[in-house]
Design a protein around this ligand. Structure first.
Ligand code: BEZ
Length: 383
């Protein structure tokens, strides 16, 4: 675990007409993976978030970032979150990517009241039974992108399916969402397979899938693990033989590394490459110019986290001393996202379109809207 103070971004220029009530910089703690299988996700979230903040003059205040490598390690999550809050005195916490780490962060901020903005981790409980006025998510619940895939696979003709994912909250939530829709439609999930996170020993499981010969396979993998899975699915002779579906993390941000091994794979997600809206094109250009990398869903989520923070700071005139007012203003924001405009549900999760995408020529091309304005059911949220 490494903590870095990455400096003061001076934004002394005030938003027109507002007074800067904050006489010390606002400290934003980033608890994201900067190493391991999710490292690229953490980098894209961080860079795009800071880009959005700068584009909006940091909401009219001075900000400091404190960066901590979460290493996607749930066992260190509580201690790391406490360190950022108690020792580094952050005002706002941003993170994480991994659902298990999110559970630790949620536990801590429910005690301290620190505003937490989750820019990726889709664990259902964060905006479900553990929802709280100070917990927001700019990304998705793991159920959201997975659920529509069940209908997509059924409508394509599949009547039996096998699911496969890492054995942690995100994998269970995502494959559960797929299974719910697939069975609602009339299909049968004949086997649910798991392997420990972040293992990539897919071969024995692929052999098992080949012998079961289902009509469809649905998976949850992301980052480096997704690259390995797509290559192994192809090498096992299953690509083009048993149709593969997934939450779109399977093919987002990985296509350069998999060549044509993912061609034709259909996934569902709240983003696709080259959406036809006014925000996406300029965002992608600016992100690539700044980082030398192609934007993906993680960059979008980081960007929207920066937009949310800056917009909320503008709304309260830079004054975060009244925490209730700050949180209320946050819940009222409409985000002009590269994914399309969205607002927050009462449980503080985005209500958003889920796109059906197909991999064509190294792009996640949008071929339809799999589900319009989908809100997570927020089961158990009593806020
Ligand atoms: C999760 O742990 O919730 C997650 C990680 C990577 C991509 C999507 C979800």
């Amino acid at each position: 675990m490494k903590i870095t103070l990455i400096g003061t971004a001076a934004a002394a220029a005030l938003v027109a007409g507002s007074a800067m009530a904050q006489d010390t910089p606002i400290r934003i703690g980033l608890m994201l993976p900067y190493s391991g299988t999710y490292a690229q996700l953490g980098a894209n979230i961080t860079d795009a978030m800071q880009m959005a903040m700068e584009e909006r003059n940091n909401g009219g205040v001075e900000v400091e970032y404190v960066q901590l490598d979460s290493e996607a390690d749930p066992s260190a999550a509580v201690e790391n979150a406490r360190r950022l809050i108690d020792r580094d005195q952050v005002d706002i916490l941003v993170g994480p990517v991994h659902s298990g780490v999110a559970m630790g962060m949620v536990q801590v901020v429910r005690q301290t009241g620190t505003p937490l903005i989750i820019p990726n981790a889709g664990v259902l409980a964060a905006t479900g039974e553990l929802c709280a006025p100070n917990i927001f998510r700019t990304s998705f619940s793991n159920w959201q992108p997975a659920y529509p895939s069940g209908f997509v696979a059924y409508e394509a003709g599949a009547r039996t399916a096998v699911t496969l994912s890492w054995d942690y909250g995100a994998g269970h939530d995502a494959t559960g969402g797929f299974a719910q829709a697939f069975t609602e439609a009339g299909g049968e999930v004949v086997e649910q397979l798991f392997l420990p996170f972040p293992d990539t020993n897919f071969q024995p499981l692929l052999t098992q899938i080949a012998s079961m010969n289902p009509d469809a396979v649905f998976v949850f993998f992301a980052g480096g693990g997704a690259v390995q899975f797509l290559n192994d699915y192809n090498a096992a002779g299953l690509h083009g033989t048993i149709p593969l579906y997934g939450s779109g993390f399977l093919t987002d941000g990985v296509l350069d590394a998999v060549g044509d091994a993912a061609d034709g794979v259909q996934t569902t997600l709240h983003y696709a490459d080259g959406l036809d809206n006014a925000v996406d094109g300029p965002f992608r250009e600016a992100f690539e110019a700044r980082t030398g990398r192609v934007a993906d869903v993680y960059a979008v989520q980081g960007y929207d986290t920066g937009q949310l923070i800056a917009q909320t700071l503008e709304a309260v005139g830079g004054d975060i001393s009244d925490l209730d007012a700050f949180l209320e203003a946050m819940g009222e924001q409409t985000i002009a996202s590269p994914r399309g405009e969205f607002t927050f549900s009462d449980a503080h999760n985005p209500i958003q379109d889920i796109y059906l995408r197909e991999v064509r020529d190294g792009q996640n091309v949008m071929i339809g809207v799999a589900y319009e304005d989908l809100a997570d059911p927020a089961t158990g949220c009593t806020m």
